[in-house]
Design a protein around this ligand. Structure first.
Ligand code: ADP
Length: 443
């Protein structure tokens, strides 16, 4: 409505302004007419005015009687009671009127301008213009806006319906599924309806549920595996304690043997507890890595010398092949030693008598590579991708909790290095450790 009002004001204002300007200029030119009566000049004034003006022109005398009319001759001689004419005669100024012609109901705008002879108002010049054309224009504009509004409204409605069915529906589905997941139903999956943000949310939620389920399974496996690991030493400790307690021993050597086993088994339990603790610390990155300068060649010699007696006991050839002039690295010497011993421990565990284990090292551009190769039982291909995962183990016939390699992996990544395992089942296993070389100037 406000729009209609503004447009109308604008259009009417324009029409009015044009009429006013024309009426003023025509009426003012009357000064230059011969000093005859208005009655005599009326015809010429009319003719002169209609040449410049696009409107109905009337010349009316001071009594309100029409002297000349450009369109309706029958009005000549009649007295018209028109508000704008009366006001103009009375106030001696221009006066305008907007209304409808009583006979035809046509909307018009009229402007009356006083005609002066000297200081005396002797009549008015009246210009009349129809408003039906303007009204028509206004109607067209309003109609145009109405159609546009209707189209926009329809688009909004359709879009709203479409959005609500593509967003609200799937979001509801996701909410229901999320609630189920929160209650522990982790096998629930949300269908992905559309390839949009909500679809991505569904995929992410499914992924989250799968991760939680996997996590829970690993935890259950761990508890089972730890219980299993605990049972063996505990059974033997309990057995020996009971036997010793029965007091029927006379041989001091037998008592020593029993106590020795109890001591060893207790060590095993302590080791297990330490390993668990260590892994928790490492995986939460809650550990600081000391940076020692490590001469890789000298370090690997030391490791070999430490492990050789065990290898000899198992008749395994523990070889060491080093490149000359190996680089220095910055690393936590004790942690690195822990990694080497862990890997060599595995190799010793899974290599048969008469086999070999080879430690080698070489510099490769800005990295140093340390490899531990063995001729052991190898790792089945299907287990290889998961071998570094925590608690993952291939064979249950060997002791171990599946933490060793994941601890090694964590330690090496804390050193910004990589640990890679390759293996051929039945032939042997190779562990490659890549560590960044520290420039001599930074040592
Ligand atoms: P664990 O402490 O149980 O040995 P690891 O993480 O060190 O755990 O090793 C995980 C699994 O990888 C082991 O259970 C074993 O089956 C396999 N594995 C590791 N090293 C070797 C190797 N050198 N030869 C054959 N199998 C290996």
């Amino acid at each position: 409505m406000a729009l209609v009002f503004i447009i109308r004001q604008n259009y009417y204002g324009n029409a009015e302004e044009i009429l006013e300007r024309e009426a003023q200029s025509a009426a003012n030119s009357y000064d230059r007419y011969p000093a005859n009566s208005l009655q005599k000049n009326a015809k010429i004034l009319l003719e002169n005015t209609i040449r410049d003006v696009d409107a109905q022109v009337q010349v009316i005398n001071s009594e309100g009687i029409v002297l000349a009319d450009s369109e309706l001759d029958e009005l000549v001689g009649q007295k018209l009671n028109l508000p704008d004419v009366e006001n103009s005669l009375k106030d001696k100024t221009m006066s305008k009127w907007i209304g409808k012609v009583s006979s035809t109901d046509e909307p018009i705008i009229s402007v009356s301008y006083p005609l002066k002879s000297g200081n005396e108002v002797i009549g008015v010049l009246r210009l009349v213009s129809t408003l039906s054309r303007v009204n028509n224009e206004i109607f067209k504009i309003v109609l145009f806006f109405a159609v546009i509004s209707f189209v926009v409204l329809s688009i909004v409605l359709v879009l709203g319906y479409f959005l609500s069915s593509t967003i609200t529906g799937p979001v509801k589905e996701i909410t229901v599924a999320a609630e189920k997941m929160a209650r522990g139903e982790l096998d629930v999956r949300v269908p992905k309806r559309y390839d949009d943000e909500v679809g991505k949310l569904a995929v992410t939620l499914n992924y989250m549920a799968k991760e939680i389920a996997d996590h829970q399974k690993t935890k259950d496996d761990l508890i089972a595996s730890i219980s299993h690991e605990l049972r063996t030493p505990l059974t033997s400790i309990k057995g020996w304690a009971a036997t010793l307690n029965s007091g029927s021993f006379t041989d001091i050597n037998e008592i020593r043997e029993g106590l020795g086993i109890i001591e060893n088994e207790t060590d095993r339990l302590a080791f297990l507890a330490n390993e668990l603790l260590d892994y928790t610390k490492l995986s939460t990155k809650n550990v600081s890595i000391g940076l020692d300068i490590v001469d890789v060649g000298e370090f690997l010699c030391e490791i070999r010398n430490q492990m050789n007696p065990r290898a000899q006991r198992h008749s395994i050839d523990l070889k060491l092949e080093l490149e000359d002039d190996l680089a220095f690295i910055k690393a936590d010497r004790n942690r690195l030693k822990q990694v080497m011993i862990n890997i060599l421990d595995n190799s010793l565990k899974y290599t048969q008598e008469g086999g070999f284990i080879k430690i080698s090292s070489q510099s490769q551009r800005d990295e140093i590579l340390i490899s531990i190769e063995d001729s052991g039982i190898g790792i089945p291909e299907e287990d290889l991708p998961r071998i570094k995962e925590k608690y993952y183990k291939v064979s249950t016939s060997f002791s171990g909790n599946g933490l060793g390699l994941s601890i090694c992996d964590e330690i090496i990544s804390l050193h910004n290095g990589r640990l890679e395992i390759s293996s051929i089942y039945g032939e042997g296993t190779r562990v490659d450790i890549y560590l960044p070389i520290t420039q001599r100037s930074n040592l």
